[in-house]
Design a protein around this ligand. Structure first.
Ligand code: COA
Ligand code: AMP
Length: 637
């Protein structure tokens, strides 16, 4: 054991307090911790208990005080509005402290919740940092969700204020946000006392006198607010993510452990030095956006890039290369689906040849499984290391990666390499025993989880326990299945629950089934994720209609597609459903979604021993063939 990775990984597991206590020296604290790791109430582990700190101070103010005031903190590059604008750390401090002053003026104090419903503009980052500055807990809601999803989050988080913008821009489509926001507030039982809305010229929002404030006006008039010391264990944010029902899970992130882990990851996982330009091409509405558009690069004194555009269509598949060349980006982090889209439009990488990418060093991919073809294409065209890494909303940062700042291991295509220091990743079989190398089982992490991971779910300790901690006592259940090979490389193969991954977006088929089941003509339904060459997976719905329904089937199908869009949002990409006579089930009545998915995707499958009526699978096969998904035959017994 001689390499830096092995040493770090071993120490992090044998002496977590020493390891993370050292890493914590990179953060400025108002008061040091009593304990690095408080293990007094497992599985509710707490990091840096007793310490006082402020995340905004560490991300912004300390850089202004210590020599980075005039360095670019945020570059906003928006091909959809034809805008490029740079904000220095000093300018970010000014904007953030004023916005924090607006919130304080509206009565927001430490511990209050603020929902942020915004597109990919710098004000979204200002909003998050302004909350952090005064100890308010932000909850960012992705713009592609419908009013109903926003309302669910309002009812759970009970925000005092909502920060928003008049619209988002999707390629050339202007999506007015304010009507969605108004509708969500109408739908929710809880009413925020105020909204602060940034008017964008592409769509001017109608404001409700007394409740809605104009962002620019309010910020111009505000008295800047100072950073408020908070406990390291106080929540910084809540980020809702898909669970197995329509009720999303509010993943909580703390302040102290989060800062320590993210700061550590910038050097050790991404090999990024302060001052460099770092670009995570994601959205502030997702965990990647929280951790690697906003917090980690700013904590590390980098220039972070906020890109309001797509990998293709804004204007073409050369958009990423243009941004990398123009802003001298050293490190890019995005989802494989973005590269599949680029590869589809420019298979030979012709557009790449027109840009100077000589300073570009590493591409990181996460959010979904990196298919080896896409990974090889990126390696071949970019001629830099392409690093797959595995993580989840819950974990906040990478569980497995090729830690470029520690030791660069040979890439094995299809594997995100090894467990990152801090993570004791294991594979357990059905009997909860450690599986031998190469055998697929449940991917779990031995407790305690490292800093920066979820301490619990918002107001839902019981759900935290039942979702993650109960099935494998002493371990965190990732709900991913996979294996670890004889060299310690982790392979993440599939989810063990009903979550599907559509264009790097995590969605619950259970939530879609709840929507389909609410249609008056639907007796029963199932949603599965089928393979898609660009988005990775797409949802596909099966409906069994109630007896005696007279309405034309085509119309019902259109209605359910519209219903999912209206209730969950366009991001669900639910475009295909089919009507079947019956659904295949086990004798105990469980719908055989896994078998249906295998049939749809041409995969071999074993006839489930508990199937009630095997002939239904033939009907499903015929139906899938009719709508363009070919069939596969069961393996001979
Ligand atoms: N606000 C409003 N609507 C949004 C939205 C937002 N922030 N983001 C997406 N949508 C809408 C899209 O306009 C689209 O609507 P449509 O059905 O009317 O066309 C729908 O939601 C689906 O969007 P998306 O899944 O993004 O598909 P797309 O076809 O527009 O683009 C990609 C496909 C691959 C180019 C795109 O998904 C992409 O850039 N992915 C990058 C991956 C990523 O950022 N992952 C985040 C985790 S790392
Ligand atoms: P999210 O919470 O949206 O980040 O989604 C997390 C899920 O995405 C994980 O549980 C995995 O199923 C999947 N995922 C993320 N990154 C990877 C990866 N590198 N390889 C395989 N699956 C991944």
């Amino acid at each position: 054991m001689t390499n830096a990775y092995d040493l770090a990984h071993k120490r992090s597991l044998q002496d977590p307090a020493g390891f993370w206590g050292d890493a914590a020296k990179e953060i400025d604290w108002y008061k040091p911790w009593d304990q690095v790791l408080d293990a007094s109430n497992p599985p509710f582990y707490r990091w840096f208990s007793g310490a006082m700190c402020n995340t905004c101070y560490n991300a912004v103010d300390r850089h202004v005080e210590k020599g980075r005031a005039d360095q670019a903190a945020i570059i906003y590059d928006s091909p959809v509005t034809n805008t490029i604008r740079t904000y220095t750390y000093r300018e970010v401090q000014d904007q953030v402290s004023r916005l924090a002053g607006v919130l304080a003026g509206l009565g927001v104090v430490k511990g209050d919740r603020v929902i942020v419903y915004m597109p990919m503009i710098p004000e979204a980052a200002f909003a998050m940092l302004a909350c952090a500055r005064i100890g308010a807990i932000h909850s960012v809601v992705f713009g592609g969700f419908a009013a109903n999803e926003l309302a669910t989050r309002i009812n759970d988080a009970l925000p005092k204020v909502i920060l928003s913008a008049s619209c988002g821009i999707e390629v050339s489509k202007v999506i007015p946000y304010k009507p969605l926001l108004d509708h969500a507030i109408e739908l929710s039982d809880h009413k925020p006392s105020h909204t602060v809305v940034l008017q964008r010229p592409q769509a001017v929002a109608e404001m409700q006198a007394g409740r809605d404030l104009d962002w620019a006006d309010a910020v111009a008039k505000a008295t800047p607010a100072a950073c408020v010391p908070v406990a390291a264990t106080d929540p910084l944010y809540i980020l809702y993510t898909s669970g197995t029902t329509g009720q999303p899970k509010g993943v909580v992130r703390d302040n102290g452990g989060h800062m320590v882990a993210l700061k550590w990851s910038m050097k050790n996982v991404y090999n990024v030095e302060p001052g460099e330009v770092y670009w995570a091409a994601s959205d502030v509405g997702w965990v990647v956006g929280h951790s690697y558009i906003v917090y980690a690069p700013l904590l590390n004194g980098n220039t972070t890039l906020m890109y309001e555009g797509k990998p293709v269509g804004t204007p073409d598949a050369g958009a990423f290369w243009r941004v990398i060349a123009q802003h001298k980006v050293e490190t890019l982090f995005t989802a494989p689906t973005a590269f599949r889209a680029i590869k589809r439009d420019d298979p030979d990488g012709d557009l790449l040849k027109t840009y100077d990418l000589s300073h570009f060093r590493t591409l990181f991919l996460a959010g979904e499984r990196s298919d080896p073809d896409t990974l090889k294409w990126a390696e071949d065209k970019l001629k830099v290391p392409v690093i797959d890494h595995w993580w989840q909303t819950e974990t906040g940062w990478a569980i497995a990666a090729n830690c470029m700042g520690l030791e660069q291991f040979p890439v094995k295509h299809g594997s995100p390499t090894k467990a990152v220091p801090g993570w004791d990743v294991q594979v357990l079989d059905e009997g909860h025993h450690q599986a031998p190398a190469g055998q697929v089982g449940a991917l779990v992490v031995k407790l305690p989880l490292p800093p920066g991971t979820l301490p619990t779910l918002w107001n839902a300790d019981e759900r935290f326990l039942s979702s993650y901690m109960e099935e494998f006592p002493g371990y965190y259940k990732t709900a991913d299945a996979g294996f670890i090979d004889e060299d310690g490389y982790v392979y993440v193969m599939s989810r063990t629950d009903d979550i599907i991954n559509v264009a790097g977006h995590r969605l619950s088929t259970g939530a879609m089934e709840e929507v389909l089941a609410s249609h008056p003509d639907v007796a029963e339904c199932a949603v599965i994720g089928v393979h898609d060459t660009m988005k990775g997976q797409l949802p596909l719905g099966f409906l069994v209609l109630k007896a005696g329904v007279k309405k034309p089937e085509e119309q019902i199908l259109k209605e359910v597609v519209a219903l999912v869009r209206e209730r969950i949002g366009p991001v669900a990409a639910f475009k295909t459903a089919t009507i079947v006579k019956r659904l295949p089930k086990t004798r105990s009545g469980k719908i055989l979604r896994g078998t249906m998915q295998k049939i749809a995707d041409h995969q071999d499958f074993k006839m489930p021993a508990t199937i009630d009526d095997p002939s239904i699978l033939e009907e499903i096969e015929e139906d899938l063939t009719r709508i363009g998904y070919a069939k596969a035959r069961p393996e001979a017994e």
